[in-house]
Structures are given as C-alpha cells and as structure tokens.
Design a protein around this ligand. Structure first.
Ligand code: F0G
Length: 460
C-alpha cells in the first residue's frame, strides 16, 4: 500500500542473517594487490558490500525456503516441474517452457537453432552473453536503441526503447536474414532502462508486418512493468501482473534468467509458441542441460523459482525495490557524483570518465574507481567500460563509448543503512578523486576480458 509516507521501508523482516567480515584498509589494500587489481579475483569473504551484480545474489523468502523442502527430484515429470511450469505460464502463457540452468543456456539453445552465418538479430541492446551466443553461431547481433539510450545525461522515461524506424529499415532490407527480433527488458547494458508498452506494441506491429517473431529477454520484467505502471499513461491502475501478461501477449517467446527478477539463486528458461522450434530446442536441451522437465536444475530450484515469480510482481516489494535503487542514485547525485540518469531498476552507474576526468580512458578510469571503492570501504562494483569493451576487432585498444562503474543492488539483501554506508564510501573517494591513479594492464585476454584481466596502478 502507498499511504504517502516519506520513508519507504524494506517490506520484510530479517529471518536469518549472514555475518559480514570487516577487514581494515591495509588488509583490503593487500588483498587487492594479491588479486592483481581485478575485483573478480577477490574472495567474496573479503568484500563487505557486494554490488558486483544483482544476478543470483538476492535473498530468498521464508516461503521460498519452505518450497525448497518440497522439491521433488524425480528425473521426469516431477511435481516441482509442474508447479514451476504453472507459475511461468501464469505470467508468460507461452505453449512451450524449457527450463535451463541459467539465462545464457536458454540463449545458446535458441541461437544454435535459429542463428548461423548470414543471420542478423536486432535487439534494443544485446547483453554480453546474448551477443556472444549469437556471434558464436556466425550470426550478427545489432543494437537498435533509441538515440537517447546512448546519452548518459539525457532524461527519458523509457530509455530502453527500440528505434522502431531503424528496425523497419533493417527488416525492409534484410528481413529474410532476421530469425527473430529481441527486446531486453529492462535494458541492462544501457543502464537498466525500461521499455514502454507503446514501444513494445510498435515493435510488435513492425515484426508482424514483416512476419518476424518477437522475443523478450525478460530477466528484469517485473522492474520494467513497475516503470510502465508508474510512468506510462493509462497503467497506474493496472496490476503489475496484468502488465506483465500484456507484455507477454505482444511477444512470441522469451529467454529468461531466474537469477534476476524471479528472486532465485540459479535457473532460467526458454519459452515460446512455435511447435517445430520446440522439437529442435528440446533435443538440444537434452544433449547438454537435461531432460526437459528439469533442464539442468534440481527440483528444489524449480520450486524456489515458482514462488519467487509470484513475489516478484508483489507491488509493495517493487515499490521498495525501485525506491531503494533511486535512494542510492539520488544521494550520489546530491554529492555531485556523475551518474547515469534516469536511474534504472537494478543498479546505479557512475560515469568514471567524468568522475576521474584527469585519467585518460586508456588508463582505465572505471577500473581505478572500482578499486578505490574497494580499498576505501570494501565495496565491490563492476567496471563497464574500456576494460570490458576496449579491444577492437583489429586488435587495437580504443576507449569504449563510456567508462562506467556499476553499483548493482542485489534484491532484498542490503538495508538502507548498508546503502548509506556505500554513499559515504563514494563520498570519501570523491574527496580524493584527483589523487587516484590510472591502471596499466599486465594481462588482457582476447575475449570477456574483465573476468581475468590483471593490472598494476600507474605511478603518480
Ligand atoms: N540477459 C540479460 C539482460 C542479463 O542481464 C543477463 C545476465 C543474461 C541475459 C544472462 O543470464 O547470467 O543467468 O546466464 N546478467 C548478469 C549481470 C550476469 O551481472 O548483469 P545468466
């Protein structure tokens, strides 16, 4: 209920706690040097507040843990599977639902069937694994985001929208090469920005005219639906679950990671209506994921997802969820920290290139800032910039379009005082931003570099 209180509280009591270990600054400095300045190489125990990702890091509810106990591990036709399938179809009533161990497995199965050399797959913005799974088949992945979606300071209520005219042009020219059109809701790589229902409808109409199916990458569907409810005319009085069903009704299928909005620690699925596609995908699924009624998941995981899906569309939860991310963003903005606006649903992105404007992009300001946040207060974030995207196809190192640092907020995991602490850590780093030095890469692998790259701080 929204009774107009200024304070939006966490709509849950704490049921079990996970102690955190406080290291001192010198110790953190040592651990970071041992990790060769790559935050992925830290032991998570040495991190105080972990904002590396919102994927699989949420807290499950008491109802989810109770459901875990109901998990039935029959190889085929387990009751847990039927409960999972029913929960998925309640929101996304596609004929075929194929469970997978996580989102990228759904992507791999789908694009192994529909991808291939000469094909092209448009999206508002492909997430890295989606792009990688498309490109691995020899197909091309293109991003058709609206121009505002590429501008970190431009306010727009639905910055995740697809450029419908660009889609029209692509389909008019190369429609026969397009196996499907995708929309990522919310648009993670663009800052967790939502797609409006009007845009989905317009994309749907273009797809229909060209006879192309529309698939949703629906990882953060509930956060997207909340933005539609609160920002799009005509939806204020519509229940979030109904908004989700309306989004599903515009699509022919979906890929999904249950590690995001469905509030589970693992899992995903692929769902659609096409019967011949289902036969091919199921055969591939059996090859690498498992029998199609468990698809690489334990029955208890299927149970946790089924309950999580219902909790994900609870409006008190969503009001709190979006408010807590906004709380972090508002505070950083008040401190004068350059952040991507408007704030997305799952994370706040700091513009490290502007924050550390004395550092050239090729000395990796995002990496430098992420390391500084860890040394200052044990906060782990993720560079999304030149470390991740700096290598060009010709092998040269060029600045990425932006150098961002993502503070992803795990679901139901941290309290407002944890976020107050994060804000204070950023404030302290801001006070000495001019003293931060850049980074020199001592090892950069060819692909997916951020996971295993190694660095040394440059001298003052
Ligand atoms: N699609 C989007 C939009 C995602 O954000 C992710 C994962 C995936 C697909 C792949 O799902 O991890 O279950 O295989 N994003 C995580 C992140 C890893 O940190 O943003 P997965």
């Amino acid at each position: 209920m929204d009774d107009g209180f200024r304070t939006i509280i966490e709509p849950f009591r704490i049921h079990s706690v996970e102690p955190m270990r406080m290291l001192d600054r010198a110790e953190r400095q040592r651990r970071l040097a041992e990790a060769e300045y790559n935050l992925f190489a830290l032991h998570a125990d040495d991190v105080l507040i972990d904002l590396l990702t919102d994927s699989g890091t949420g807290a499950m509810s008491s109802e989810q843990w109770a459901a875990v106990q109901r998990g039935n591990e029959a190889y085929a036709g387990a009751p847990s599977w039927f409960r999972f399938e029913a929960a998925v179809k309640e929101l996304f009533p596609f004929r075929h639902v194929l469970p997978t161990h996580q989102g990228r497995a759904a992507e791999r199965i789908l694009f192994s069937v529909v991808g291939g050399p000469g094909k092209v797959v448009p999206n508002n913005t492909h997430f890295d694994t989606t792009r990688a799974n498309i490109e691995a088949t020899g197909a091309e992945a293109v991003d058709l985001i609206i121009p505002e979606g590429r501008q970190p300071r431009t306010e727009h209520p639905f910055k995740g929208n697809m450029d419908v005219a660009a889609l029209e042009r692509l389909l008019a020219g190369r429609g026969g090469d397009v196996p499907l059109v995708m929309l990522t809701i919310t648009n993670n790589s663009g800052g967790g920005q939502p797609v409006s229902m009007a845009n989905m409808r317009a994309v749907r109409a273009v797809c229909a005219r060209h006879g192309r199916p529309l698939f949703l990458d629906a990882c953060r569907f509930a956060e997207n639906a909340w933005f539609i409810k609160t920002r799009e005319a005509g939806y204020a009085g519509v229940a979030v679950a109904d908004i989700v069903r309306e989004m599903a009704s515009l699509a022919d299928g979906m890929t999904m990671s249950a590690k995001k909005d469905p509030l589970a620690n693992i899992g995903g699925w692929l769902a659609f209506n096409d019967d011949p596609l289902a036969e091919q995908c199921r055969n591939l699924e059996i090859l690498t994921e498992g029998f199609p009624t468990y698809g690489g998941l334990a029955g208890r995981d299927l149970e946790a997802i089924a309950v999580g899906l219902r909790e994900a569309v609870d409006e008190d939860y969503l009001r709190y969820r979006i408010a807590s991310v906004r709380y972090l963003g508002d505070a950083l903005r008040r401190l004068g920290v350059p952040v991507v606006v408007p704030f997305g649903g799952h994370a706040i992105f700091i513009d490290a290139r502007e924050f550390l404007s004395h550092l050239p992009p090729l000395s990796y300001p995002g990496q430098s800032l992420a390391c500084a946040l860890y040394v200052e207060g044990g906060v782990r974030s993720c560079e999304i910039g030149t470390v991740m995207f700096g290598r060009q196809v010709d092998g040269t190192e060029q600045p990425a379009p932006m150098d961002l640092v993502r503070l992803a907020v795990p679901r139901r995991t941290y309290t407002q005082s944890h976020l107050d602490y994060v804000i204070e850590v950023v404030e302290r780093v801001a006070a000495k931003a001019g003293d931060l030095v850049g980074m020199k890469a001592t090892y950069l692998p060819g692909r997916l570099r951020h996971f295993t790259a190694r660095f040394q701080p440059l001298p003052h």
